[in-house]
Design a protein around this ligand. Structure first.
Ligand SMILES: *Cc1c(COP(=O)(O)O)cnc(C)c1O
Length: 404
């Protein structure tokens, strides 16, 4: 029987690199999810900032099924209408003039870093190959992206790793100033560090990075895999800051749950990715692009973006009210619908306990590191789901602190 699989099956047939929850979700609608036993959960996790329009949004189901009846895959030996439509929409709505499609955030960053090196080599010489990135940053799990990422635990055991990468403290202008030189080809920044603890960049930091990059002919790369596609309250977080990068990577919310990644840049920089220089078989797949085009169309509606800001305020007010009762958060921070509750010293290192306690109350939340409880819900989550989920979180935290 095909549905005779259980959580135990995971331990028997899967590579043990994940530790999934004890239950198996089988159905989702909006911000509600049901498991094999029919238990209903409220989803504040959003598939890690992926399900931008919740589960099975009717317009996305329609876009996917319509394309499924037409054409699934061609490879890049041919182009296709959904890819061209999506690229047109993205270039109309952003600084970018050119788009490269792939299938994940890591691949979008891999393309961004390779392009930055190639552009520097083409225009200034091979010596200009250094990439500056931030401590505690996260850029994906391929060997190059994990090396640019600023969390040493993720490269342990995988040496030798690519060379020419320097890490500096996030939000520290002086550190960046000291590290950047004419050998720097790119400075890579997450406008809000997601995995690193939902830590927003200071506006002055991004402005300084922009200026330093321009002075040194280095490209400013914004990794918006987590912050992009409405998550911040603007279509991309760079718009919220008013600081424009040279290259931007997007994925996660872009596909609303269908795998896709994109690298956005200008015509002049894109020139360095000439025919044959880079590629991927699935990138620009018609199914993925048809869904993502609908995601962008919906998220960029002014009422949807305004809704994200209103929901941010509703979440923050709710979290602050919970905190007034239990005093578990040092601070509640983030942008739009990427929100982090930083645990007090008393609970530092125990974010996973909050996730488990929430699960018991039938609420899905995320962690970001060991000491931040992270929420990345659907951008169109209904207010009643926010309120109901927050009251479940209240119950979860009440139980946790009762052991004080
Ligand atoms: C998730 C994430 C990635 C990696 O994306 P994948 O789709 O998992 O490869 C890269 N950068 C940031 C900022 C992310 O949050």
């Amino acid at each position: 029987m095909s549905n005779a699989v259980t959580r135990t099956t995971f331990d028997q047939v899967m590579v043990p690199n994940y530790a999934p929850a004890d239950f198996i979700p089988v159905k989702g609608l909006g911000s509600r999810v049901w498991d094999q036993q029919g238990t209903e959960y409220i989803d504040f996790a959003g598939g890690i900032a992926v399900n931008s329009l919740g589960h099975c949004h009717p317009e996305l189901v329609a876009a996917l099924t319509e394309q499924a009846g037409k054409l699934w895959h061609l490879s890049n030996v041919f182009t296709n209408e959904p890819a061209l439509q999506l690229a047109t929409r993205l270039t109309n709505l952003t600084f970018a003039e050119r788009v490269f499609f792939c299938n994940s955030g890591a691949e979008a960053n891999e393309a961004a870093f390779k392009l930055a090196r190639k552009y520097a080599a083409d225009n200034f010489g091979a010596h200009k190959n250094e990439i500056i990135s931030c401590k505690n940053s996260f850029h994906g799990r391929t060997l190059f992206t994990v090396s640019v990422g600023g969390q040493p635990k993720y490269t342990e055991g995988f040496a030798p790793v690519p060379a020419g990468i320097t890490h500096v403290e996030y939000n520290n202008i002086d550190a960046l100033k000291a590290a950047i030189s004419d050998r720097t080809c790119a400075v890579v920044i997450e406008p809000v560090q997601g995995e690193g603890g939902v830590l927003p960049a200071d506006k002055a930091y991004l402005e300084a990075a922009r200026e330093l990059c321009s002075q040194h002919n280095a490209l400013l790369v914004f990794d918006e895999v987590q912050t992009g596609v409405g998550r911040s309250g603007s279509l991309f977080a760079y718009m919220e800051y008013g600081v424009t990068p040279d290259i931007l990577s997007s994925a996660k919310s872009l596909g609303g749950g269908f795998p896709i990644g994109a690298m956005l840049t200008t015509t002049a920089i894109a020139k360095s990715f000439g025919v044959g220089s880079h590629g991927t078989t699935y990138g620009g797949n018609p199914l993925a692009c048809a869904v993502a085009d609908k995601v962008i169309e919906i998220v960029s509606r002014p009422e949807v973006l305004a809704g994200i800001r209103a929901k941010h305020d509703r979440f923050v007010a709710g979290l602050n009210a919970i905190n007034a009762k239990y005093n578990v958060f040092k601070t509640v921070r983030g942008m739009g619908l990427l929100i982090g509750g930083v645990l007090t010293d008393e609970f530092a290192g125990r974010a996973k306990d909050f996730l488990k306690a929430a699960e018991k109350q039938r609420l899905m939340v995320l962690v970001a590191g060991m000491s931040v409880v992270r929420l990345a819900p659907s951008l169109v989550i209904e207010d009643k789901d926010i309120d109901e989920g927050l009251s479940r979180l209240d119950a979860a935290i009440a139980e946790l602190v009762s052991a004080r």
